[in-house]
Structures are given as C-alpha cells and as structure tokens.
Design a protein around this ligand. Structure first.
Ligand code: C2E
Ligand code: CA
Ligand code: CA
Length: 237
C-alpha cells in the first residue's frame, strides 16, 4: 500500500510511503507489525525488501504515466538492518531502480534510528553510496532511539521523520508541542526536510504548518491505500 505525503505549505501531494501488506489466503490480513520482525529474524526480509522496492518503483512509474505527475512525486521505501548485512545493498538497490526505468532521485530510503546506531560503519558506507547515486535518505521514527544526536551528521541523511508518538503527545500536552518545535528546528538547521508522521486531525496539520514542518503524513490526509486508489486520490486531492 501507499500512503500519501503532503507538503504543508503548498497543500500538495509530494510523495508516498510504501507499506507492506500481507493478505494471507487462510488467516486473512496479517499486520506488518507481526510479520516484519519474523521476516527480520529469518532473513526473509532481504528478499521482501527488494520485492517491496521493485513494486514501489513500478507503481511510481505507472502513477506518473497515468497522471503526468511523475516529476514531482517521490516514493519512500522502508529498510531493515538485515538489508545492509548482504554487503551488496547499494548495487542491489541501484539495479532494481534502474531496471524499473526510473531515476534514483525520487526514491527515498527509510532507515530507523535504531538501525544506524546498531551498525554505524557499515550503514554509513552503504548509505553514502546510495546518496551519491542520487537517492534520498530518510531517518524514520526519529526521537525513539534514545541515541546521542551526533549521528545526525555522521550519516548522509536529508530527511527527518518525527515519530508519530510525538505528534500524538502534542495533541495532549503543551510541553510536547515545544519538543516538536525543537525537533523541527533541529532538522531545519541540519538542512533536512522534516516530515511529521501520524497526523490525524486538522488541528495537528495546522499546528505543524505554523511550526514550519515541511511534510505531513497520516490518517487525516489518507490511510495507506492500494495503487489504484492512489491515482484517484491524486486527481481529487
Ligand atoms: P513505520 O515505517 O513507522 O510506518 C508508519 C506506520 O504508521 C504504518 O503502519 C502506517 O499505516 C501507520 N500510520 C500512518 N498514519 C497514521 C496515523 O495517522 N495514525 C496512526 N495511528 N498510524 C498511522 P503499518 O503499515 O502497520 O506498518 C508498521 C511498521 O511495519 C512500519 O512502521 C515499518 O516499521 C514496518 N514496515 C511496513 N512495511 C515495511 C517494509 O516494506 N519494510 C520494512 N522493513 N518495514 C516495513
Ligand atoms: Ca517508515
Ligand atoms: Ca515511522
């Protein structure tokens, strides 16, 4: 599925996050929260991630062809630590992207803070190659890894995604609002695009707009949706 990401200042769709879905023939829908950790433990995540990237690239290409919007849309794809363990991550990714006949620039790799802390040297090497090839690097679930902030300039990150728990907290108490304000300022000072996840209400969106957050994603705008609904959503938004 693909979840739209909205430029808050322009009120425009600027991209999508690809989120894996598993419709099991007997068990029905299985949450990624359940199967991703198992895929990580068993190593199946490497093949799954490559599949997800290929599907997302092909979808971006088709969406662009259908809507004429291609140039200004990006596609953000999630990766796990196992993906880096292969040693051929940058080549594999670049090959998949080029085989789908799209440029690397609209492809953003989402990596969690935890992953970067766990294997800093390997991750830095791989991500630097991906960044040099033109891909975007997005730090996912920012603020949940309890790390030192020094890694922010150690890695070639150009997008910072504020974890949705901060946005939820912001709704309930004013202290959290100041925290979100500070994270946005931090990202901007580091010359990163700042994305807020889990935006569920018009108030959240307005608050974040005032704080100068660049991009928002969440149920208020749209839930993750199948590719066919994306075209419709792009036309109607
Ligand atoms: P994530 O990368 O942090 O993805 C965001 C999750 O928040 C998604 O859950 C999305 O559906 C959900 N979400 C979006 N907007 C809202 C909102 O307004 N409110 C609330 N409450 N939730 C919202 P989902 O799709 O269930 O995915 C869960 C996690 O599974 C993802 O968290 C990610 O860590 C992992 N995942 C999903 N697809 C992939 C994948 O292709 N590869 C890898 N490695 N991990 C994946
Ligand atoms: Ca993500
Ligand atoms: Ca996230």
């Amino acid at each position: 599925h693909y979840q739209p990401m909205i430029d808050l200042a322009a009120n425009r769709i600027v991209g999508f996050e690809a989120l894996m879905r598993w419709q099991h023939p007997e068990r029905g829908f299985i949450s990624p929260g359940l199967f991703i950790p198992i895929a990580e433990e068993t190593g199946l995540i490497v093949a799954a991630s490559q599949w997800a990237l290929r599907e997302a690239c092909k979808a971006l290409k088709r969406i662009g062809d259908r809507t004429g919007h291609f140039k200004d849309l990006f596609m953000s794809v999630n990766f796990s630590s196992m993906d880096f363990a292969t040693g051929t991550f940058p080549e594999d990714i670049a090959n998949i992207i080029s085989s789908c006949d799209i440029a690397p620039e609209p492809i953003h790799l989402e990596i969690t803070e935890r992953l970067l802390i766990g294997q800093p040297d390997r991750a830095r090497e791989a991500l630097t190659l991906c960044r040099q090839a033109g891909m975007g690097i997005s730090i996912d679930d920012f603020g949940t890894g309890y790390s030192s902030l020094s890694y922010l300039h150690y890695f070639p990150i150009n997008i910072l995604k504020i974890d949705q728990k901060f946005i939820q907290e912001m709704r309930r108490n004013d202290g959290a609002l100041e925290l979100v304000r500070s994270i946005i300022a931090l990202g901007k000072n580091m010359k990163m695009k700042v994305v807020a996840e889990g935006v569920e209400t018009a108030e959240d969106a307005q608050e974040l707009r005032v704080l100068g957050c660049d991009i928002a994603q969440g149920y208020y705008f749209a839930k993750p949706m199948p590719e066919l609904d994306v075209t419709k959503f792009l036309r109607e938004f």
